[in-house]
Design a protein around this ligand. Structure first.
Ligand SMILES: Cc1cc2nc3c(=O)[nH]c(=O)nc-3n(C[C@H](O)[C@H](O)[C@H](O)COP(=O)(O)O)c2cc1C
Length: 294
């Protein structure tokens, strides 16, 4: 990112805080960092550096392996045959994540599937009598659950897409906007055919202060970790429901903020997961290897 873009983003955060007469903690740079990490249509090309793979052999080698070997240290082998056999064992089948899917049929999901996907991924289970606390499918630092879920899709089989907030406490969808034209959905990001054909764009946002009030800048780190955990949970639940999915960072932050009517500072987009029926068996991983990624 160019220096002037960074300065612009930082100014955006500070400007919003000033407008609200709020003074951010100068030792807490999380908001500025988050702002600087956003994809905007104008700056996207400068933020993703595909070309480094072709010009830097070290970068290319590291990207190919995606793992480190500490060859100077003594090595203790683990039982590879057993691990591979376990990955084929039906007891573990629901835990072995299928390859990402990028070939969606465009078909809407029935209400029961939608309800299960959201509930099993991020819902609140019936309260435990002993503690009075709701059980959630994910761990969360301090049980503060700073993440929110929104979905973009046709949730009532009407043929119209809308944007909805998932209300965890009531297990219900709250209508943010209805009747979204296809262009509005495509315009949310890059890989626009994928965005249009997915039954659901599941958008994960963070209400940072729900964790930061207690943990300060580390609370920002918790938000990102918890989003990773939620992505995984959404993908595993989608798979158990016979659906394909792909974690998806390629949304433009400003477009998402406008759509969801969030301010991008107190609550901001973190990542998305695209979910839908796939024209091929998700387990075969069609569309996974060599597919376009951010
Ligand atoms: C944070 C994150 C962001 C991602 N963003 C995109 C994306 O924008 N577009 C895409 O096609 N895949 C995206 N992916 C999917 C990865 O490309 C994919 O998980 C990776 O290539 C491994 O392949 P597999 O999931 O098929 O095993 C993303 C994955 C993660 C974890």
């Amino acid at each position: 990112m160019k220096k002037e873009d960074l300065v612009h983003h930082v100014a955006t955060v500070k400007g919003l805080r000033r407008l609200r007469d709020e003074t951010p903690d100068p030792a807490d740079r999380a908001e500025e960092f988050h702002e600087a990490s956003k994809f905007h249509r104008a700056t996207f090309g400068r933020m993703v550096h595909h070309q480094r793979l072709s010009v830097d052999p070290d970068v290319a080698a590291g990207a190919r392996l995606g793992a480190r070997t500490l060859s100077h240290l003594p090595q203790r082998p683990l039982d590879r045959d057993d691990f591979e056999a376990a990955s084929r064992d039906p007891r573990f089948a629901s835990l072995v994540r299928a390859p990402s899917c990028r070939t969606f049929t465009g078909e809407a999901l029935p209400p029961q599937v939608l309800s299960r996907l959201l509930g099993l991924s991020y819902g609140a289970y019936p309260q435990k009598a002993a503690t009075g606390r709701r059980r959630r499918p994910l761990p969360s630092g301090g049980a503060l659950y700073p993440l929110e879920i929104y979905v973009v899709g046709d949730v009532d089989g009407s043929g119209n897409k809308g944007a909805y907030h998932y209300n965890v406490l009531d297990h219900a969808l709250e209508e943010v906007q209805r009747g979204l034209p296809a262009e509005a959905v495509r315009g949310l990001g890059i890989q626009q055919d994928l965005l249009e054909n997915a039954a659901l764009i599941v958008i994960i946002t963070a209400v940072f202060n729900r964790s930061r009030f207690k943990y300060g800048p580390r609370g920002y780190r918790f938000c990102l970790m918890e989003a990773g955990s939620l992505i995984q949970q959404l993908q595993l639940v989608a798979q158990a429901l016979g659906l394909g999915s792909v974690a998806f960072a390629g949304l433009l932050d400003d477009a998402v903020e406008d759509l969801l009517r969030i301010d991008g500072v107190d609550e901001s987009f973190v990542n998305a997961v695209l979910v839908g029926r796939t024209s091929v068996d998700a387990k075969l991983g069609e569309g996974a290897s060599g597919a376009q990624t951010t």
